[in-house]
Structures are given as C-alpha cells and as structure tokens.
Design a protein around this ligand. Structure first.
Ligand SMILES: [Zn+2]
Ligand SMILES: [Zn+2]
Length: 131
C-alpha cells in the first residue's frame, strides 16, 4: 500500500481491502466510527482521492466501492466487473479482445473514450453450483 495516504485514506483503504463485497460510503463510515471518522464528507473525500489514484473503483450500478484487485489496472482503459447478485462477490478483470472491439468502435465513430467500465450482473460460479 502506498505510504503517502492520509490517515483517513488508509483507514478507508483497509476497510475496502478486507471487505467481502462492495461497500457503500455509509457502510464504510459505519465501520470506521470506532476509528474516529464521524462525517460522511471525510469518507467521500478519501474515496474520491483513492478512486483518482486507482486504488479503489466505484461500481456505478451499485453505488458502492471496491478495492482494486490489480495494482496497475488504472493504467488500463477497460475495467470489467462481474457482480454476483446472490452473494455480492465482485470479480474484477480486463479483456484485450473486448478492449480492441470497443476501441475500434470508438475510432470509427470518432469518439474519444476516457474510461470504460463494464458491469456484468448475475450469479457467480459458486452460487450457480449451489442452486
Ligand atoms: Zn482495478
Ligand atoms: Zn455468488
């Protein structure tokens, strides 16, 4: 973990790294009350910064946050998340072929992508096996 995180950023990062599923800002705040965090703004500021640094991702469809699974993934333009609706587990991955296809579309439409996030909702392998 980066040494130049503020105390609040480090606390939020630790909470997300240890989480079994994505967490909302309010759940993070709840878990950090014992550490002296009181205001939602403290958590939002830390999340903003961590997201900017690529250590944390925001899942738009859940309005929740996950710790990045791959230290250098913020250098990739495409990030995909498979979100299990049964157990809440999120798997982060990227795919060169999908990226190439989307890049091709963007080029042919003169669209300049800044960031691409794919969110797949469904059931993970172990939940499917249990059903
Ligand atoms: Zn990531
Ligand atoms: Zn599952």
């Amino acid at each position: 973990m980066s040494a130049d995180l503020t105390r609040n950023q480090a606390l939020v990062m630790k909470t997300l790294s240890g989480a079994e599923a994505p967490l909302s800002a309010y759940t993070i705040l709840d878990r950090l009350r014992g550490d002296g965090l009181r205001a939602p703004l403290q958590v939002y500021r830390a999340l903003d910064k961590l997201t900017e640094m690529g250590l944390v991702h925001r899942l738009e469809s859940l309005n929740a946050f996950v710790a990045c699974a791959h230290p250098n993934c913020h250098e990739q333009e495409l990030i995909a998340f498979a979100i299990c609706e049964a157990c809440g587990k999120v798997e982060e991955f990227s795919d060169e072929i999908v990226k190439d296809r989307l890049d091709g579309w963007a080029r042919s439409h003169r669209f300049k992508p800044a960031k691409t996030t794919i969110e797949i909702r469904g059931n993970c392998g172990s939940c499917v096996a249990k059903a």
